[in-house]
Design a protein around this ligand. Structure first.
Ligand code: TLP
Length: 345
């Protein structure tokens, strides 16, 4: 059977041998009773890497963001987030449905928020208005192309939010991609935010898991909310075990994924039937704008053994990761160029 080149997402990565060995050997206990030493190790490692007091193992990035929103707000509060953020677009309305907050949007440019615009949106509660108690920031920004938000912008945004008396949460599902692309530590990117979530299940190749990190009292509240949402997990050290080799050994190799994305983007620049903005190719994603309907390109590529996602009527996303080689990226690129050029608009 032909092996498909799967560029749909870095979530398709499968665990390494080291991860499977760690899972098999994991020392476990009942984590709801606070007894799982592997979970405790992972949470401490994660918190240390992002420079926060405490960490909490989460089943997913979506649950992590939702729990963070609930832990920082009261129902009826206003939460600011980017109009094209993952929490806006792809979390099934969880902020409204599960945290009961009003969501208001700011617009970033290529995924980078304008702190002045964010500041102008912040409002205090009064008889009429909900008060803004939380703002969100996404780094890397998925729908903007996997773009990175620099440390200085995060600092300015945090200053505005804090001056207002609100908190800042960073959805860093791909935080380590941002750190590698910028050549800074994850802790530098997290320094000025109050809480941060990052995923193990994407470019770091774990089968499951995200971490939520922040101050200890916030993590205590988050742990109760996670339990209330049904996320109290028992001998979950078998899953948390993968996160340790992931954080210790998989971060540096993300640069390879970034180089492969760049290679594809450069190869596809100027190809008839598609346009792309090279400036936004900063990490492991390439977004193409197609002359033809995006789904038509996606369907034709599937027949050629290349999988990718339509994320918009004319937008196709390619994501590089550990399970696609440079050679496969070159093959995918050739197939995309050939097919895109032949598709009727
Ligand atoms: N994103 C997925 C899809 O839902 C689009 C992907 O394939 O990119 N924040 C960001 C920025 C994300 O990109 C994602 C996943 C999440 C949060 C949610 O993580 P999970 O899937 O673990 O709930």
């Amino acid at each position: 059977m032909r092996k498909m080149i799967d560029l749909r997402s870095d979530t398709v990565t499968t665990p390494t041998d080291a991860m499977r060995a760690a899972m098999a050997a994991a020392e476990v206990g009942d984590d709801v009773l606070g007894d799982d030493p592997t979970v405790a190790r992972l949470e401490a490692l994660a918190a240390g890497m992002v420079g926060k007091e405490a960490g909490l193992f989460m089943p997913s990035g979506t649950m992590s963001n939702t729990v963070a929103i609930r832990a920082w707000t009261q129902p009826g509060d206003e939460v600011l987030m980017d109009w094209d953020a993952h929490s806006t677009r792809f979390e099934v309305g969880a902020p409204a449905a599960l945290a009961g907050v009003m969501v208001r949007h700011y617009r970033s440019r290529a995924g980078v928020p304008d702190p002045a615009e964010v500041a102008s949106c912040l409002q205090h509660e009064n008889l009429h208005a909900p008060g803004t108690t939380l703002a969100l920031l996404e780094n890397t920004h998925n729908m903007a192309g996997g773009t990175v938000v620099p440390v200085v912008v995060i600092g300015s945004m945090a200053a505005a939010v804090h001056e207002h008396g609100a908190h800042l949460h960073m959805d860093g599902a791909r935080l380590f991609n941002a750190a590698v692309a910028l050549g800074v530590g994850a802790a530098d990117l997290s320094r000025d935010v109050d809480s941060v979530t990052f995923c193990l299940s994407k470019g770091l190749s774990c089968p499951v898991g995200s971490l939520l990190c922040g101050p200890s009292d916030f993590i205590d509240r988050a742990r109760r909310i996670r339990k209330q949402m049904g996320g109290g997990l028992r001998q979950v050290g078998v899953l948390a075990a993968c996160g340790i080799p992931a954080l210790e050994g998989m971060v540096h190799r993300l640069a390879e994924d970034h180089a492969n994305a760049r290679l594809m983007a450069e190869g596809l620049c100027g190809v008839p039937g598609i346009t792309l903005d090279l400036e936004t190719v900063q990490t492991n994603m390439v977004y193409l704008t197609c002359a033809a309907p995006a789904q038509r390109l996606v369907d034709a590529l599937r027949r050629e053994g290349v999988l990718c996602l339509a994320l918009g009527s004319r937008r196709v996303r390619l994501v590089t990761h550990r399970c696609v080689s440079e050679e496969q990226c070159r093959q995918a690129c050739a197939a995309i160029a050939r097919i895109a050029a032949g598709l009727p608009a």
